[in-house]
Design a protein around this ligand. Structure first.
Ligand SMILES: [Zn+2]
Length: 309
């Protein structure tokens, strides 16, 4: 049991960790009204420069790798792979332009094999002042790998990025699908943060490993709304307006609770012409709200780590 601001006594969650001190709301199982009351009345100063919440714009530059894993025989199917190629070739420059227009720096999670195949994209991201972080070597989920394979993927990804001048401090697993070993492994390899889990709306530090977690959710990902696979034809593609509404609801909700809003976009998905406006609207809204701190994932993780000491 532990005390949270003197309000509640809670059992330690199964996934043992130390909560970020800035957000002291209770854990799961409490009515939302009670949570919001505590968040509003008992929250300590949370974010730098008087901000009341934070926002990260993150981009997973999967390119062809996601198709090579997800689609049977994709290596011999140029049309299937071309869906991924659209990301670095067309979407990335458009997204970099939007970020520049609003003076926002983002975080790009790049698989090692994508960095090797598209070195000019890595160079363009770095030149524009954005962060690049680790997203596997191939796009295979760690949860599907043997322990030694998972380690090799991480090391190969680090090597591929280092070869292009990137020192990655953050790790996002392909599909966010970490294994039970992942957090300890990334700590051992010197990473500072993970952005994979969905058990909070505020960052926290994994006990023992010392890795900062920047929580995500499918709602603020573009793929669940727009992903279409030619192998199934089972899913309708959502309209941009529908997703814009969902994103605004979730972002405003997280802001009200003083949390961290992590958008997860994929250039090949959000970068379609009809959808870029959804991204731009989300960026403009975040920048317009002066009480929201817009930062890279690495900056947020560094701040959480510093203030948790
Ligand atoms: Zn990915």
């Amino acid at each position: 049991m532990r005390s949270l601001g003197g309000w509640l006594e809670l059992a330690e969650p199964a996934w043992t960790r130390r909560r970020h001190p800035s957000v002291i709301g209770p854990r799961f199982g409490f009515p939302m009204a009670q949570r919001m009351q505590i968040s509003a009345e008992k929250r300590a100063p949370a974010w730098p420069d008087g901000a009341r919440s934070a926002v990260c714009f993150t981009f997973d530059l999967d390119a062809e790798e996601v198709w090579l894993v997800d689609e049977e025989g994709a290596a011999e199917r140029p049309a299937v792979l071309s869906q991924g190629t659209y990301g670095p070739r067309v979407a990335l420059p458009l997204i970099l332009g939007i970020l520049a227009r609003h003076g926002v720096r983002g975080t790009f999670f790049v698989p090692g094999r994508v960095a090797e195949r598209h070195p000019a994209s890595v160079a363009a991201i770095l030149e524009a002042g954005h962060e690049i972080a680790h997203h596997g070597y191939s796009h295979r989920s760690p949860a599907t790998l043997a322990p030694d394979e998972e380690r090799r993927e991480l090391e190969a990804g680090l090597e591929a990025l280092a070869g292009r001048g990137v020192v990655a401090t953050g790790y996002r697993a392909p599909g966010w699908d970490v294994s039970p070993r992942t957090i300890d492994l990334v700590a051992e390899l010197g990473f500072a943060y993970s952005s994979n889990l969905m058990d909070d709306i505020a960052p926290y530090v994994h006990a023992g490993a010392g890795i900062v977690e920047l929580p995500v959710h499918w709602t603020l990902d573009d793929a669940p709304h727009f992903w279409f696979s030619p192998s199934t034809w089972t899913k309708a593609i959502a309209s941009a307006a529908h997703v814009a509404g969902l994103w605004k609801e979730e972002a405003d909700g997280i802001a009200r609770l003083g949390g961290l809003c992590v958008y997860t976009c994929h250039p090949q998905i959000i970068g379609r012409p009809g959808r870029l406006g959804v991204l731009e609207a989300a960026i403009a809204a975040a920048v317009d709200q002066k009480d929201r701190w817009v930062a890279t994932a690495g900056e947020v993780a560094a701040w959480v780590k510093r203030s948790s000491r």
